[in-house]
Design a protein around this ligand. Sequence first.
Ligand SMILES: [Zn+2]
Length: 299
Amino acid sequence: MKIGIDIGGSHIGIGLVDEFGKLLTKKEKELIKEEKQNIENKIEEILINLINEILIENNIEIKQIQRIGVAVPGRVDNNGIINTRNLNFHDYNLKQIIQKKFDTEIIIRNDAKAAALCEKKYGVLKDYSEAIFLGLGTGIGGAVFLDNKLQTCKNTQGFEIGHIILVKDGLECNCGKRGCFEQYASMKVFKNKIKEKLKLDEKTTGKEIVKILENDSKICQDIIKEYISNLEAGIASLVEIFEPEIIALGGSFSYYENILLEPLKQELDKSKSRVLKRVKPKIVIAKYKNDAGIIGVTI
Ligand SMILES: [Zn+2]
């Protein structure tokens, strides 16, 4: 049995996963503002408490756990050190901190790579050797499989697709550059524009926004159009480089399937890109949604 943990922008999910990738039990903790602002000091206590709770509640001892995997947004190097500007981790050795407390294998993995591995082994990418996973949420994470193999860089897990430049000298990004893909096509950007246009409260949840748009998407047609156009531009570039058979869209994008998927497919169909016309990648919604990171980090 393994423990999978997914640290997101606003909450942490933790679950017990069996050898077949089945999520046996799961619990979630919302991160309060003070915890988010002070994440490097708080995370050790939060994770240790969550791991102990899940062990006690399920009557399991740590020696029965073959691995604790943690999925985090941002760049992860081969020693488990993370840099996550969206969550304020700077050269933080998360692996060492958990290893001190729990005597088992500890794996730290970029959250998009974890979700992608889950989709590749059990989900929508299972039958394809050339595949891309895009995690569209607070930022944009990505993973690329060529010949069935998850691609990584020499020193880090790399493939930070959200930081390819879409607009030269465009909007400032927390990676130090300007005009990155995630500044134009993350779900955070999309949701903030909807909130602004409809004068919705800052605290309006994603679920509430989905409901509003499903009732009447025409009211935000201009925002949807602009968002889809930006997303299509990024995807078209990825197809030029990797020629995938399939692209899975995960993160909170998956909850907007009824609103965003069809317009995206139409936009890709309209593209004049010769490679897109030849490769014609399938565009699908990821299957495992919120559980993908927890399961994928145990693979
Ligand atoms: Zn960037």
